[in-house]
Design a protein around this ligand. Structure first.
Ligand code: IPE
Ligand code: IPE
Ligand code: MG
Ligand code: MG
Ligand code: MG
Length: 285
């Protein structure tokens, strides 16, 4: 359904990365170009399209989000974090390259994402700045990185459902939210639209991580493309551990319903974002 857009994203990711025969670049290419779902860049392109913005202005920012996501996966899988061996249907980066190279390839992708944003074509300097500030906020210490810290701390203590929600909002929903916000920024959307996009991103991003927790229990490595039963092995607090599997799925569908109402209010005659919202939550991998 999104074949053309996914092709554009994959070609652009490939074109943005250097080609050098260098261990760092090879490792970065392995992490970034592996078969991921590309949900974050796709969100940005679909929001830009709904706001009638030319896709060529959205493509580089969309790909910068995928670089941040890929780096976060590389670091998340390291032995000092979730210690996982399998991702996107293949061994994790630190299983193929030395651990230090995996760490540095993650650092490279993080830094390179901001370089590409700073020079993104077809955008004003103001928009590039706004994109950089938004990404730094969502991926930084008060966003994704902060969530990852609390996620690790939750392995050794009991936390409330409220605290778990906060972890999931920060570690996962914030970057997905940036994907929605990016679509608004490249299109020059007004503040009210930006606020709605933020709110849709938080709902769907939380639902996305709730389902990730569910799949960690119900799926297999072959189907999911990544290590499963990882949360239980690390005594993580998850939605299923708090609410049970059915309770977690119900939470995800409540969030999906809320997000879809907000999408319909914002884009009354545009259905692709509703289809995408369904795909983010009703997924099997
Ligand atoms: C996995 O993200 C990690 C989470 C934040 C839940 P995705 O499910 O988007 O992973 P890929 O990019 O498709 O591999
Ligand atoms: C990942 O959460 C969140 C980030 C990397 C920011 P998980 O640890 O649950 O993701 P998976 O299951 O390894 O993909
Ligand atoms: Mg993790
Ligand atoms: Mg993990
Ligand atoms: Mg997980």
């Amino acid at each position: 359904m999104w074949e053309a857009k996914l092709d554009q994203i994959n070609h652009h990711l490939e074109a943005l990365l250097p080609q050098e025969e260098d261990i760092l670049i090879e490792a970065a290419r392995y992490a970034l170009l592996g078969p991921g779902k590309r949900m974050r860049p796709l969100i940005t392109l679909l929001v830009a399209e709904a706001l009638e913005c030319p896709l060529q202005s959205a493509l580089t920012p969309a790909c910068a989000l995928e670089m941040i996501h890929a780096y976060s996966m590389v670091h998340d899988d390291l032995p000092c974090m979730d210690d996982d061996d399998f991702r996107r249907g293949r061994p994790t980066l630190h299983k193929v390259y030395p651990e230090a190279i995996a760490l540095l390839a993650g650092d490279f992708l993080l830094t390179y994402a901001f370089e590409k944003l700073a020079t993104a074509p077809h955008l004003t300097v103001e928009k590039r700045l706004q994109l950089s500030q938004t990404l730094a906020a969502r991926a930084g210490g008060r966003g994704m990185i902060g969530g990852q810290v609390k996620d690790l701390q939750s392995e050794t203590k009991t936390i409330s459902l409220q605290e778990l929600q906060e972890i999931h909002l920060r570690k996962t929903a914030d970057l997905l939210t940036a994907a929605f916000e990016f679509g608004g920024i490249v299109s020059g959307a007004p503040q009210a639209t930006q606020s709605s996009l933020y709110s849709i991103g938080q709902d769907l991003g939380l639902a996305f991580q709730v389902i990730d927790d569910v799949l960690d229990i119900t799926s297999s490595q072959a189907k999911h493309g990544k290590s499963t039963s990882s949360d239980e092995a690390h005594h993580k607090s998850t939605y299923p551990s708090h609410l049970g599997l059915e309770g977690a799925k119900k939470k995800a569908s409540t969030l999906l319903k809320a997000a879809k109402e907000k999408i319909t209010a914002l884009f009354p005659s545009h259905t692709p974002l509703l289809t995408l919202a369904d795909a983010l939550v009703n997924r099997h991998q």
